[in-house]
Ligand binder design. Structure first.
Ligand SMILES: [Cu+2]
Length: 122
């Protein structure tokens, strides 16, 4: 009986862990609003941080990339759905401005796809 109890507890913990992971990937960091623009600040250092961002449809978006490394991998950021490719010089803030016309999930990534992020529009 005790073994069943332990197995049950482990199963519940595992499911809770999966649920949190799922929820975390389902929603992103929300914007701060400045003059009706949804603004995000993303640090580029090994990864995009935050890598999942979430905005509302109908308001312009501005994503400030701050690249704090010299690794050439992250030198360019691409938003394939918006046909945007921008250079991110080291230690500079580069803004990418978007005005999505539909909801959905849009990836952004470096040239080789090692750095990956996701913009969720709801
Ligand atoms: Cu890369």
């Amino acid at each position: 009986m005790q073994l069943i109890g332990v197995a049950l507890i482990l199963t519940v913990l595992l499911l809770a862990g999966l649920w949190f992971w799922y929820m975390k990937n389902r929603s992103g960091v929300m914007a701060r609003e400045v003059d009706n623009v949804q603004v995000f600040d993303i640090m580029v250092k090994g990864v995009y941080n935050p890598s999942v961002i979430e905005a509302k449809l109908g308001k312009p978006i501005k994503i400030n990339f701050n690249r704090q490394e010299s690794d050439s991998c992250s030198q360019f950021v691409n938003f394939p759905d918006f046909k945007i490719r921008k250079e991110l010089p080291e230690n500079q803030i580069v803004a990418v401005e978007l005005n999505p016309t539909k909801a959905g999930e849009f990836v952004f990534l470096c040239d080789m796809g090692m750095y990956q992020g996701k913009l969720i529009i709801k």
